[in-house]
Design a protein around this ligand. Structure first.
Ligand code: KG4
Ligand code: ZN
Length: 343
């Protein structure tokens, strides 16, 4: 039985989890700082680091206690070492090193983006542990990333496309601000869109034909002009605009993913990252995809440590351990077949 303790502190969630065999979740503890940062309209980096320092030990202790395991039961400690906020990452990495050293356990540094992808290997909602069928297309959409990736096996990533400007999550966060909705923008837009008409205000889609790249900055500009056109005239139709934003993002992400699945003969599509929690995107992808689609439940799409432990499992199996020289890498990219992904 292989139990891995995962630790995640790359942004504004202090999280720890114990996962068995890369999929069975024995515990999943997340201390969210969202309310602290909401008043600033975004993550306040120094405040995030300080909160991690306060929460990391209680969160790890709770993860072990809930899983009903002791240090001796663990096979390794996995920790996110990038990408993310340097100060936040340092807290998790330093704690993981100390705990690994004190308990004589192997340490595994995990790429946060790989973690999001491996949330798809977690056993959730009582479903059996299902192996994924390769080749598959992974759509990774979070606050800082929008990437379309071809996976031919575990840890084998080929970057097909990425965003040329804003990430999908950033598009939600920035347009939410324009609509006067709270932070984080994605959940706020989803809530505001309930009952809204997505066809009343047609927003632009950047198709960037012939590539698998994305661009969302035009959407932000269009929303800026649209909101300005209502100023001093009539009340802003927030629900309709929010619904149109969701549809514009979901439309482009779904069509590009579908196209890639067709071209590369994918047997499956998986979604990952905070934006894949979006109900409109989930529905659109399920409706239009030509192959089976797997999307983790929303709480495993947003940052958590179970996904970090899941991603560590194949690394441990291959004997890929980190040394005490493990450093934080705020700009870490997904390791792709053709070297590093373009910045
Ligand atoms: O993966 P994540 O939790 O953190 C990063 O690694 O970036 O993603 C956070 C992003 C934010 O931009 C947030 O607005 C977006 O995911 N997000 C959503 C939803 N929940 C979170 N976007 C759209 N709909 C949602 N329900
Ligand atoms: Zn994330």
């Amino acid at each position: 039985m292989t139990l891995i303790l995962g630790i995640e502190t790359s942004c504004d969630e202090t999280a720890a989890a114990v996962v068995q065999e890369g999929g069975k979740i024995l515990s999943n503890v997340v201390a969210s700082q969202v309310e602290i940062h909401a008043q600033y309209g975004g993550v306040f980096p120094e405040m995030a680091s300080r909160e991690h320092v306060l929460k990391i030990i209680p969160v790890v202790a709770e993860a072990l206690q809930t899983a009903n395991v002791t240090w001796c039961d663990l096979a390794a400690i996995a920790v996110t070492h990038g990408p993310g906020l340097a100060g936040s990452l340092l807290v998790g990495v330093n704690a993981a090193k100390a705990l690994a050293f004190a308990n004589d356990l192997p340490l595994i540094g995990i790429n946060h983006l790989e973690g999001h992808i491996y949330a798809n290997w977690l056993q959730t909602n009582g479903a059996p542990l299902a192996e994924k069928e390769f080749p598959l297309i992974a759509l990774l959409v979070s606050g800082g990333h929008s990437e379309l990736v071809l996976m031919r096996g575990h840890g084998d990533y080929e970057l097909l496309g990425h965003t040329l400007d804003d990430a999908a999550g950033e598009a939600f966060d920035k347009t939410a601000r324009l609509l006067g909705l709270g932070y984080p923008g994605g959940p706020a837009i989803q809530k505001a869109a309930e009952g809204g008409n997505p066809d009343l205000h047609k927003l632009p889609r950047a198709w960037l034909r012939g590539t698998y790249d994305f661009s969302f900055s035009g959407l932000k500009t269009a929303v800026l002009h649209l909101t300005a056109s209502f100023e001093g005239k009539r009340r802003l139709p927030v629900a309709d605009i929010a619904a149109s934003i969701q549809m514009a993002v979901a439309d482009v992400l779904t069509e590009k993913t579908k196209q890639a699945a067709g071209q590369f003969g994918a047997r499956q599509i998986i979604l990952a990252g905070g934006v894949s929690a979006n109900a409109q995107l989930r529905q659109t992808m399920h409706e239009r995809a030509p192959v089976p689609v797997h999307i983790p439940p929303p709480k495993f799409c947003i940052d958590n440590a179970a996904m970090i432990a899941a991603a560590a499992h194949p690394h441990l199996a291959r004997g890929e351990l980190s040394g005490w020289n493990l450093d934080v890498l705020p700009n870490l990219k997904l390791p792709t077949r053709h070297g590093q992904a373009p910045a």
